[in-house]
Design a binder for this molecule. Sequence first.
Ligand SMILES: *Cc1c(COP(=O)(O)O)cnc(C)c1O
Length: 388
Amino acid sequence: MEKTRKVYLDHNATTPLHPEVIKAMMLYYGEEYGNPSSVHRYGQLANNAMEEAREKVAGLIGASPKEIIFTGSGTEADNLAIKGIALANKTRGKHIITSSVEHHAVLNTCKYMKKEGFRVTYLPVDKYGLVNPDDVKGAITKDTVLISIMTANNETGTIQPVREIGKIAKKKDVIFHTDAVQAVGKVPVDVDKMNVDALSLSGHKFYGPKGIGVLYLRKGTRIKSLILGGHHEKNRRAGTENVPSIVGLSMALEIALQKMEKESVRLTGLRDLLSKGISDRIEKTHLMGHPEKRVPNTLNICFEWVEGESIILNLDLKGIAVSSGSACTSGTLSASHVLKAMGVDPALAQGSIRFSLGMSNTKEDINYVLDVLPEIISRIRAMSPLSK
Ligand SMILES: *Cc1c(COP(=O)(O)O)cnc(C)c1O
């Protein structure tokens, strides 16, 4: 057996910065440190860099620059979309539709909106984690002001029928937001083709910096700023803009999209090699999420009779980084809300492992995982009273 190597398979939690991105950002941490709101030359240089980044991001998702709002994270973009749109449009109605498999940035914001007097409908999903567009149609009432359904799920990679949902929303004149954080850089994202009015993305999920996000907001959509202060971001998000990170995000997005087609084929190949290798070598495993309607890098497998946490710890000792479902829920022993909504037996859901591949991964990485994983699983199973 090969000796320990370092294999990072948790790209849905975060990705390393692309070296060119680091280089581009350094200029704005160093020499060109101006405040983009300043009138003088220092300010102009920073502002130019920021507006160039805004144009680039807009162009890459089919938007116009005025529709791009830079935020402090993907989470903030989700908060701004849901709170900001619902509050600014509450005279139109106080009903929000979302799904039961959203990221906590959306779920907990919707929970908060309930306290603010909004009614929230959580749509069910099928066993693959898919929302049925007919359910969306059926849930819309005269009071519905906002629909928020994610593009791709962070735990399973399942891709929602966003375009069809958007068509329904448009026809019924309801504002439609999508959390596309796990889709951007992995599958094509175009705000017009997807029929969305608002879309969230996050830099650190596609080899850009952490602590920077974007909310795309369609022209004419009313929004209330959550952070009050100066006139930054056209009064939609106050606070001096994070110029280095904005530049970094735009460059990371450009690189990710340039590589997307090739990388998508490569990662699908590696992922399927891993998937087949696991089911060939290990008994009683189950693929979670949709077999085809899935982002190329994500593989979620449930291992019967084992706890995900013990697999993670054992793999970590071998230099392999994976996670159980979402990074935000690991550390707690409660089963994933996503798998629960898909109707997965809670005992089985405990044994869920998410492998999320990325740019640095090679065939050697996958073979190494396939070398060490069977032994780990059988060792844990041997200790489990359930497997007897
Ligand atoms: C990571 C993630 C977020 C949060 O983005 P941050 O920039 O980490 O706050 C939101 N939604 C989904 C689907 C994610 O995967």
